[in-house]
Ligand binder design. Structure first.
Ligand code: CDP
Ligand code: CDP
Length: 223
């Protein structure tokens, strides 16, 4: 049986990371959360107060910032050995990440790192440009999406469960729409469906049902 490379792309709140994580566990693949890497760089830029318009400052920051994903049971994210797993999910980072992810130098560094991490195969990567740029040769590409109402509700419930009551459902929908637009309209590697991707709308599917679909698609290609 051949272990393949899987690319899952789609907009915010579509279920990419939870579905990818579950499917990876079931098929024994390595899960790589590329969004966490863009969030990690954004966290570091906010901490260092880097001006994102200043190319030199951005490059210096990238040269001195190591992003490490520790995969396994707990999936932790580190920036220069500091555990930033929870910090990168804070609204401050979410509000800035699409602007940081639009920078050429940032994408260059992270795409290279992602390709190195995925080189051995038996991997599931999720993000925005995996099927189009990072792994254009992936044996399975999935474009995972859901209606904006479902995506906003999912994210809002998630925040509520984490004890955050600051955002209304309407605010969440607006924030996601802004991020969708920035991610789809940026010049470099915008979010778009690869021509050879399998389109999966999971608005009315549970997490388990969606993971079942992905696992079936993987099994069909592993022979
Ligand atoms: O989980 P959520 O959809 O909120 O976002 P994420 O996957 O953590 O990604 C955060 C942001 O990173 C996205 O809104 C994109 O701006 C950027 N990103 C990207 O540009 N390319 C990727 N491969 C992954 C994420
Ligand atoms: O990574 P992405 O932003 O695409 O989405 P996510 O963070 O994996 O999923 C957002 C939320 O939706 C999580 O709380 C998932 O458990 C939930 N979800 C769901 O309720 N039903 C699905 N079919 C997929 C995800």
């Amino acid at each position: 049986m051949k272990k393949i490379s899987v690319a899952i792309d789609g907009p915010a709140g579509a279920g990419k990371s939870s579905v990818a994580k579950l499917a990876a566990k079931r098929v024994g693949y390595l899960y790589i959360d590329t969004g966490a890497m863009y969030r990690a760089i954004t966290w570091q830029m906010l901490r260092k107060k880097t001006d994102i318009q200043d190319e030199g400052a951005v490059r210096r920051l990238l040269d001195t910032t190591d992003v490490v994903l520790e995969t396994g049971n707990a999936d932790r994210v580190f920036v220069n050995a500091a555990d930033v797993t929870d910090a990168i999910r804070e609204p401050e980072v979410t509000g800035q990440v699409s602007a940081v992810a639009a920078l050429a130098a940032v994408r260059q560094k992270l795409v290279q790192l992602q390709q190195q991490m995925a080189a051995a195969g038996g991997v599931i990567l999720d993000g925005r440009d995996i099927g189009t740029v990072v792994l254009p040769q992936a044996e399975l590409k999935v474009f995972l999406t859901a209606s904006i109402a479902s995506r906003a509700r999912r994210r809002w419930l998630e925040m509520k469960e984490r004890g955050r009551k600051t955002t209304t459902l309407a605010d969440m929908e607006r924030d996601i729409a802004v991020r969708d637009r920035m991610d789809s309209e940026r010049e470099i590697s915008p979010l778009r469906e690869a021509e050879d991707a399998v389109h999966v709308d999971n608005s009315d599917m549970t997490l388990e049902e969606t993971a079942d679909v992905i696992c079936r698609l993987i099994a069909e290609r592993e022979v």
